[in-house]
Design a protein around this ligand. Structure first.
Ligand code: ADP
Ligand code: MN
Ligand code: MN
Ligand code: MN
Length: 371
């Protein structure tokens, strides 16, 4: 008997026959009309919102795109009595759902008087990155996430119990090892099509947990690519009737949590003898552990408390540590980097639900601006 591990009945999105939609998506559109999906981060600093509009031109640069507005009182960002917030386009991606000339438009959010909203961390990140531009900082982020059935259970887990203990699942192959590869595969392609600099994926240690990596990207653009990759992940999962969660510890007990390791290098670190610059950066990071923990999840360290336990390939949230090839340390210097004497380092502390703009600006402020 095939175990009934999925409750598809409860996911209307997955049950809708997509062939019907396809008939409409092939309709010809009037010349020069394109559809644009404006995307932004809401007041949770975790969830993504989007809405669509028609444009009667194909933009050559983001500057040509109109500023738009939305109801901030419905996104935890404003009071009803003064609710209009503004969307300032900052980056254009190709739309893998509609294809053709249709676009996704990543936006920053501002209030009516031009001040950035509380969860617009991109503005500051871009300013910090501009100050450090001479050092040519590169970032690569490993986004771990967990696929859930519509009832909130990890995808493919038995409904009344647990899968066997961790061990066979990381980079696993086979119907009893991994769950939801279709989502991963679709997402990888969609990212490449869209123009997100995705560089790989793998199945993770906990069953139904996966990872994709973005990078290396210059400065603030790693945050842009990661937020758009997250949007694509949620949007594609929606079509499959699956929920992708970025919760850093979706299952308590002997199950790995989810992080967003941030890999960092400057020009000096990538050049011959760069290990000296890497060690200098690690030394600076060791002096402000708390500042970083505060910036590494959207709740000031509260989310990471559940994950950074010192077990399950994490360091303790209370201590700073660094080591070559050490997956129980705050900072890991990859073995290959130590051997080559140059390259990059990995900050393993950021939570899976971190705002990459906060992570990047905090790292740069410490290692390059000495703040
Ligand atoms: P891990 O061994 O920790 O699982 P991954 O292979 O998953 O590492 O991810 C490595 C990440 O490091 C990728 O996001 C990649 O873009 C990034 N990366 C590689 N080289 C550099 C570099 N020189 N500077 C910054 N990031 C880099
Ligand atoms: Mn990885
Ligand atoms: Mn991983
Ligand atoms: Mn890693």
């Amino acid at each position: 008997m095939i175990p009934m591990s999925r409750t598809l009945e409860s996911s209307p999105n997955a049950l809708i026959n997509k062939k019907v939609l396809d008939r409409y998506l092939t309709l010809e559109l009037p010349e020069n009309k394109i559809q644009a999906t404006y995307i932004w981060i809401d007041g949770t600093d975790q969830n993504i919102r989007c809405k669509d509009r028609t444009l009667d031109f194909v933009p050559k640069s983001v500057k040509e795109l109109p500023i738009w507005n939305y109801d901030g009182s419905s996104t935890y960002q404003a009071d009803g009595a003064n609710s209009d917030l503004y969307l300032h386009p900052v980056a254009i991606y190709r739309d893998p759902f509609r294809r053709g000339k249709h676009i996704l438009v990543l936006c920053e959010t501002y209030s009516y008087d031009g001040t950035p909203t509380a969860t617009n961390h991109r503005k500051e990140c871009a300013e910090v990155a501009a100050k450090c531009a001479d050092e040519e900082p590169w970032f690569g982020i490993e986004q771990e996430y967990t696929l859930l059935d519509i009832d909130g259970q990890p995808l493919g887990w038995p409904k009344n119990g647990f899968p066997g203990p961790q061990g066979p699942y990381y980079c696993g192959v086979g119907a009893d090892k991994v769950y939801g590869r279709d989502v991963v595969e679709a997402h990888y392609r969609a990212c490449l099509f869209a123009g997100v600099k995705i560089c790989g994926t793998n199945a993770e240690v906990m069953p139904a947990q996966w990872e994709f990596q973005v990078g290396p990207c210059v400065g603030v653009s790693v945050g842009d690519d990661l937020w758009v990759a997250r949007f694509l992940l949620h949007r594609i999962s929606e079509e499959f009737g699956i929920v992708a969660t970025l919760d850093p510890k979706p299952m308590t007990g002997d199950w790995n949590g989810a992080g967003a390791h941030c890999n960092v290098s400057t020009k000096a670190m990538r050049e011959k003898g760069g290990i000296t610059a890497i060690n200098q950066a690690v030394e600076k990071l060791s002096k402000c552990h708390e500042k970083h923990i505060k910036a590494y999840d959207p709740n000031g360290g509260k989310d990471n408390e559940r994950r950074l336990t010192g077990r399950h390939e994490t360091s303790s949230i209370h201590d700073f540590s660094a080591g070559v090839a050490h997956r129980g340390a705050s900072i890991r210097i990859p073995r290959g980097v130590a051997d080559a004497g140059c390259g990059y380092f990995e900050d393993r502390r950021p939570s899976s639900n971190c705002d990459p703009y906060s992570v990047v600006s905090t790292i740069l402020s410490t290692i390059s601006l000495n703040k």
